[in-house]
Ligand binder design. Structure first.
Ligand SMILES: Cc1ncc(COP(=O)(O)O)c(C=O)c1O
Length: 302
């Protein structure tokens, strides 16, 4: 039986490195808000942030079933495929990545890493890619086609939830609200499921028109209501991977106060949104917030 602790140590996952740091910013002092950041980006140099959290128990499931081939899907800059390819490389498992859209003339750095770590890449049309999104179980259609263990886009499966929930065991301070960026909503669902008492989790959608998001989160949680979570859709900056000068100048300003690297796809948008809500007095004075840095810094490369 594979031992997940041994696998974590073989991969070099370091939960102690993923510290909680106070955030410095004049807006926080002015509005009397306490903000810390859980540096999950420091969990591992490559399998950073929510990537490992979401993959952990899917991987264990695959290994328990003696699968040697992991298949998944993502965009050409996918943090999820990047982490998966590295895990496959380290654990000597075969990996296949189904990539959205046409093959670019020249590999970007993410694709080049995927190939270097031995991931087989197959570029699929946007239409076919959309179709693939409906396969959510490890043994669904692509698993049969490619003869392996299927992991949905972004690692969005029920099996991802307990791994994400483990973040809470590493938070040894009191707080009122946790915030994080949402793509598929799986990370938010894992946190919401594990969150004790009256505490709340607030997600910021990185996608425009993410109307599916609340529905998907409810599905993952097997619930109809939203007792301890909500998603804000106001800070997508035009859509996934879209950015504006305003967002970049916010990130630069944030980084002038804090030595914390950000990327504009997820964490930059989440913090921009959070600071905007703080400036608009949407949190009571004295409110304690912990923002989860979900990593993804590899996507900053060309
Ligand atoms: C850096 C980063 N943050 C946040 C997310 C969103 O996570 P989720 O898809 O679980 O909502 C992703 C996607 O996995 C990501 O790569």
């Amino acid at each position: 039986m594979p031992d997940i602790k041994e696998i974590e140590s073989e991969l070099g996952i370091d939960t102690k490195a993923a510290i909680i740091e106070p955030v410095q910013h004049p807006d926080l002092a002015e509005h009397k808000i306490h903000l810390h950041i859980k540096r999950d980006d420091l969990l591992h140099p490559i399998i950073s942030g929510n990537k490992w959290r979401k993959l952990k128990y899917s991987l264990l499931h695959a290994l328990n079933k003696e699968h040697q081939h992991l298949i998944s899907m993502g965009g050409a800059y996918s943090n999820h495929l990047h982490a998966l390819a590295y895990v496959g490389h380290k654990l000597k498992l075969k990996t296949t990545g189904l990539i959205r859209g046409e093959q670019p003339k020249k590999d970007n750095q993410t694709l080049s890493d995927l190939r270097q770590w031995g991931m087989e890449l197959e570029f699929v049309s946007r239409g076919a890619f959309r179709e693939l999104r409906k396969y959510r179980n490890y043994d669904s259609e692509p698993a049969k086609k490619y003869d392996g263990f299927w992991i949905p886009e972004g690692g969005a499966s029920h099996e991802a939830l307990p791994g994400v929930g483990e973040i809470l065991k590493e938070i040894d301070m009191d707080f009122d609200t946790l915030t994080l960026a949402c793509g598929t909503g799986t990370t938010l669902a894992g946190i919401a499921k594990a969150l004790p008492g009256t505490k709340k989790v607030l997600g910021f959608s990185a996608l425009k028109g993410g109307g599916f998001l609340e529905k998907d989160i409810k599905k993952l949680l097997h619930t109809k209501g939203m007792p301890n979570w909500s998603v804000n859709f106001d800070y997508h900056f035009g859509g996934f991977a879209k950015s504006t000068d305003e967002l970049i100048s916010f990130m630069n300003e944030f980084q002038s106060h804090n030595n914390i690297p950000l990327e504009p796809l997820y964490n930059g948008k989440m913090l921009f949104g959070l600071f905007d809500l703080i400036k608009n007095n949407r949190f009571k004075k004295g409110h304690n917030i912990i923002a989860i840095h979900t990593g993804g810094l590899q996507g900053n490369r060309e």
